[in-house]
Design a protein around this ligand. Structure first.
Ligand code: COA
Length: 300
């Protein structure tokens, strides 16, 4: 059964949203929820059959949707897709950068091209889409209210908050995405009334990201532990956050990257059971005071 939305059905009514990587995974769920809450949807992706099937499903739910083929690594694709979106719907209010590339690889085995490919998709792709979307998203942009700009949401990750095994390329790429989010929030929030925020999802069920990072073939019997140790989220959790950020409910939020991971990235394994700490802590404290008193008396 689908989780019910806590938001009013018209929370993004009348808005036009373009989502890169919007035909599958987290990007698709954001497309779907924004559509259910009143937005018209354009999704950009590389694979025509995936786009076609996503658009057909959105249309079957009564959502206004179009699919536009394109690769965020190509500036001409970005320009064409943005142009087609605005030609079709007359305006652009929301840009969601959800396109991403990922694979597991030890740093020593990653080629320069492999590193660059992920940076190109995640970081440069995000900047390219934002850069080319500026003229549509800024206040007074085509079809827009002269007093009100649009909003951008960049999908990030938590990998780079510490360090993550076999993810040097994605960690570097997402660190750049977070930095882009803050710089654009500062410059474009001030100059053009565009809010720029990010979402950093933790492990999310049923996504290419999770199945690539925790594949059964690699984890084998350890998979159950990984699943038990990770608090898995749903695509819905991310889509609700995107709705919040894109709607007027989030109108005072700019330059933030919202971590949505159930606290997962904070997780250090518990080294001592809680009951043991309760018993031992006072004993240790008492001993250290006795030792301190002993030291100070010996100095007299
Ligand atoms: N391990 C090591 N290197 C890898 C790799 C892997 N598993 N997969 C790709 N690479 C390297 C390639 O060897 C190549 O480098 P080289 O020229 O030095 O050999 C480089 O990465 C580019 O790979 P290529 O397959 O040509 O790129 P692509 O543009 O076809 O695909 C990817 C891009 C690799 C990011 C691909 O995984 C992709 O399209 N991902 C999108 C979907 C996705 O990852 N979703 C998850 C989102 S979290």
């Amino acid at each position: 059964m689908e989780d019910e939305s806590p938001f009013k059905a018209e929370i993004v009514k009348g808005k036009v949203a373009l989502l890169t990587g919007g035909a599958s995974g987290i990007g698709y769920e954001i497309s779907y929820q924004m559509g259910l809450h009143g937005a018209s949807i354009a999704i950009m992706g590389r694979r025509k059959h995936v786009l076609d099937s996503a658009v057909a499903t959105l249309l079957s739910h009564g959502i206004s949707a179009i699919g536009l083929e394109g690769d965020v690594r190509k500036r001409e694709d970005a320009i064409r897709v943005l142009d087609s979106t605005v030609k079709h719907y007359g305006r652009l209010d929301i840009l969601v950068n959800a396109a991403a590339g990922n694979f597991l690889v030890p740093a020593e085995d990653l080629s320069l091209n492999g590193f660059r490919t992920v940076i190109d998709i995640d970081s440069v792709g995000t900047f390219t889409m934002c850069h080319e979307a500026l003229k549509y998203l800024k206040k007074g942009g085509i079809g827009k209210d002269p007093s009100c700009g649009g909003t951008i949401i960049n999908i990030s990750a938590t990998l780079h908050y510490t360090a993550t095994w076999y993810q040097i390329h994605v960690s570097a790429a997402k660190a750049a995405v977070d930095s882009i989010t803050r710089s654009l929030a500062l410059e474009w929030g001030t100059d053009y009334d565009i809010r720029v925020n990010g979402i950093a999802p933790g492990p999310i069920e049923d996504t290419a990201g999770f199945s690539k990072l925790a594949p059964e073939e690699i984890l084998g019997s350890a998979k159950e532990h990984v699943l038990a140790d990770n608090k898995m989220g749903k695509k819905w959790d991310i889509a609700m956050a995107a709705l919040y950020l894109a709607s007027d409910a989030g109108k005072y939020i700019n330059g933030a990257t919202l971590v949505i991971d159930g606290g997962d990235w904070l997780g250090k394994p518990r080294h001592t059971p809680k009951e043991a700490v309760k018993e031992l802590s006072r004993v240790v404290e008492r001993r250290s005071r006795v030792e301190l008193i002993g030291i100070s008396k010996s100095k007299l």
